[in-house]
Design a protein. Structure first.
Length: 471
């Protein structure tokens, strides 16, 4: 497509306030005639004629190819904060949007924010990724997932600007974060099925019944006395750890469960929502993926533990649901939506009852309940990985595991559990090979196969007789 634009360069000479002669070069683009007048665009400030001519050629080429964008002083930071982040808030989950805001504030804006949007180059994007991939300013290097999130923000901002024709190309299109070397085996951290079973035994011991901690000596007014702390049973935590360990639910999905979501008779759970953190605020949102809304089966033992917790929660509600204040009944039970996992908070004034568990509290509680279990330290999400690993090693189909976990497709499951899938495939290959071998006839059933005769020497007597017979 021809733009019909032409241009020329010229030198500008002037005298400054100190009487010194100064000069620079600029170029003028001759555009189409509109209303009887030719439109012109002038750009100046070049130190040499060569620089001005190079800039003129670039603009003429861009106009000729249809990718020219008018010059703008809009900064990357302004476009990021004023346009892109508000735009994606309409299409992303609140928690996802909050993560984008955090990454933009901590990692992207300090490095690219001061640049003009149109001046961002591929080298600027690559320099950012390389900087974040190494320890800096007393901080460790960003992990693979965090680097991916930063790249999502940078690429998303520039791709949106490209669609709006504010830039001629996306400088992040061909730049990816550097591949990070992982020492040793990079298999996701998890417990084996035996270790999960040991963890549930430990949960029964610390949450299933009242227990006494070790006796210590205390002193009051100069008098020492023995003190033994009694810790009551915690049926809520017991039900929480059983459910996550035996179903692989995400933390937010477990926190967002309500009693109508659980069919105790049919032993199934419908995942309808997730209770997650958006910045410092807890919000409830739809499941993480399009397959996140799902129905999953629950084993009989976990159902029994849930029944026990439900009865205990009902007793607590009858006791603390309403109190008398000035002769009137005042509701103090905070949860009004029937959430499964609630607890009482005693260190506040006044005390709080029926408080829906906070996702961060669940993470901290899992670390505390591990103490004394004798098991390797594990993050809460590792319980989900443990369920998936056990399911795959038990021979469950990849599609079935992906559906149970709520993954968008099997590619995610395959990528996350690469090592486990590879082990399962290797074991399956060996079983198939063994099956084929078992169906083969043994050497005694194959019969005798005559060995081929050695070729006769060309000058031998037998060879001559053979030639005569053939004639």
């Amino acid at each position: 497509m021809s733009s019909g634009a032409t241009g020329h360069v010229r030198e500008r000479v002037w005298t400054d306030r100190n009487g010194e002669e100064r000069h620079c070069w600029d170029y003028t683009i001759e555009l189409a005639i509109v209303g009887g007048r030719r439109q012109r665009r002038k750009h100046g400030g070049f130190r040499t004629k060569k620089l001005a001519e190079a800039a003129l050629r670039r603009e003429l080429t861009a106009r000729e190819s249809g990718v020219f964008v008018e010059r703008s002083s809009l900064s990357f930071a302004d476009y990021l904060n004023d346009t892109w982040l508000p735009m994606i808030s309409q299409t992303r989950r609140l928690s996802t949007h909050a993560n984008y805001q955090r990454d933009a504030r901590l990692h992207v804006a300090p490095h690219l924010g001061s640049l003009a949007l149109q001046d961002v180059r591929p080298i600027d994007v690559e320099s950012l990724y390389l900087y974040l991939a190494k320890p800096h300013d007393g901080r460790g290097a960003l992990g693979k997932r965090s680097l991916h999130n930063v790249a999502t923000v940078v690429h998303g901002v520039l791709e949106h600007a490209l669609r709006l024709e504010l830039i001629a190309r996306n400088p992040a299109a061909k730049i990816t974060p550097p591949a990070q070397e992982v020492a040793g085996d990079d298999e996701v951290a998890h417990w084996s099925a035996e270790q999960v079973a040991a963890f549930l035994d430990h949960v029964d011991a610390v949450c299933g019944a009242e227990r006494q901690l070790a006796t210590v000596r205390k002193s009051r007014k100069g008098i020492e006395y023995p003190y033994t702390r009694t810790v009551p049973a915690d049926p809520m935590q017991r039900a929480l750890w059983y459910l996550i360990a035996t179903t692989g639910l995400r933390r937010g999905e477990a926190c967002g469960l309500q009693w109508p979501d659980i069919d105790l008779k049919e032993a199934s759970i419908t995942v309808r929502r997730a209770r997650v953190l958006a910045g410092n605020t807890v919000v409830e949102s739809p499941p993480k993926t399009r397959r996140g809304r799902r129905i999953i089966a629950v084993d009989a033992t976990t159902i029994a533990v849930l029944r026990e917790w439900r009865a205990a929660q009902k007793r607590a509600f009858m006791e603390y649901g309403h109190v008398l204040k000035d002769g009137k009944s005042v509701k103090v039970w905070e949860d009004a939506e029937g959430h499964v996992f609630t607890h009482n908070v005693y260190f506040t004034r006044p005390k709080r009852y029926g408080v829906v568990v906070n996702p961060d509290w669940v993470t901290g509680a899992f670390q505390r309940v591990q103490v004394g279990s004798g098991l390797p330290a594990l993050h809460l999400h590792g319980l989900r990985h443990s369920w998936a690993t056990a399911a795959l090693e038990a021979g469950e189909h990849l599609r079935a595991v992906a559906d149970h976990l709520g993954h968008a497709d099997t590619a995610i499951t395959d990528r996350v559990y690469t090592h486990t899938v590879r082990r399962v495939q290797d074991a399956a290959a060996l079983r198939v090979a063994a099956l084929i071998s078992s169906k083969r006839a043994g050497p005694d059933k194959l019969g005798t196969i005559a060995a081929p005769k050695a070729p006769l020497a060309p000058d031998s007597e037998e060879a001559a007789e053979g030639r005569s017979a053939a004639k």
